[in-house]
Design a protein around this ligand. Sequence first.
Ligand code: AMP
Length: 284
Amino acid sequence: MIICTNIVSLQKAITKYVKEHKNIGFVPTMGALHDGHLSLIKQSNYQQNITICSIFVNPTQFNDPTDFEKYPKTIEQDLQLLEATNCAIVFLPTVTEIYPKGLQNHKQYDLGFLELSLEGSTRPGHFQGVCLVVERLLEIVQPNFLYLGQKDYQQCMVITKLVKLMQLENKINIQIGATVRETNGLAMSSRNLRLNESQKKDAAQIFQLLTFIKKNIETISINELIAFTEKKLIENNFDKIDYITICNATNLQPITSFDANTKTIALIAAFIGGVRLIDNLLLN
Ligand code: AMP
């Protein structure tokens, strides 16, 4: 595995694959890797000629400075996992390499409704930061295939929009991998490292409630399902709920009644032990 800490060495490592028109799969991450990330690496390895993984905790996407400071860093272990997963190249850029002009006064992306709803409204500026880093990484890596996880459903929609705004939709094919879960259903997340065992057990309620919504969406009203989910999360030691919503999965507009012919998704963001967790489930 080749480890590149700057753009020059990364581009040198990629040159021969570009010259030979090999398919490059790219998995951007913020590290503290788990099986969710590794599933994307494996999918890319299987489908493409070469896989590049980046690890960069992007300061511009954290609206909460404490969340940024506390973001888990396990770089030695990450490298071992990537090596064991046959990742060919790891890109570990510094902040200056990604943001040579500093962290302020960047351009704004027109994300429309995506920026006003759910993660957009509860984490102001978050998606602007995501777009900044992803645009920069795509310019540097120039992949043919970009691997993202469904766990961050709205982020997948934002990045799809970004790729269109960059007019790269014919050059970059976005692949979305299924959410990988712990055996109790808790979606794997780097932030889970900040939970103790009892919080991890309670946190699994998110998936159990999403599953309950999916089972009952045709028979119980959406308002009742949301009220029940909220009550259960509070009973199970969640400190705060950012949202529980059922939306049209293609535009994230909330719906009030279920139509089996319309792609529908339930999404939850809630805090437990001060850690913000998100998850989602397609309902049809
Ligand atoms: P992150 O390091 O949290 O920025 O995530 C990097 C990529 O891994 C993103 O595309 C995530 O959606 C994806 N990812 C994170 N957690 C999971 C999971 N549990 N299952 C599948 N993909 C995931």
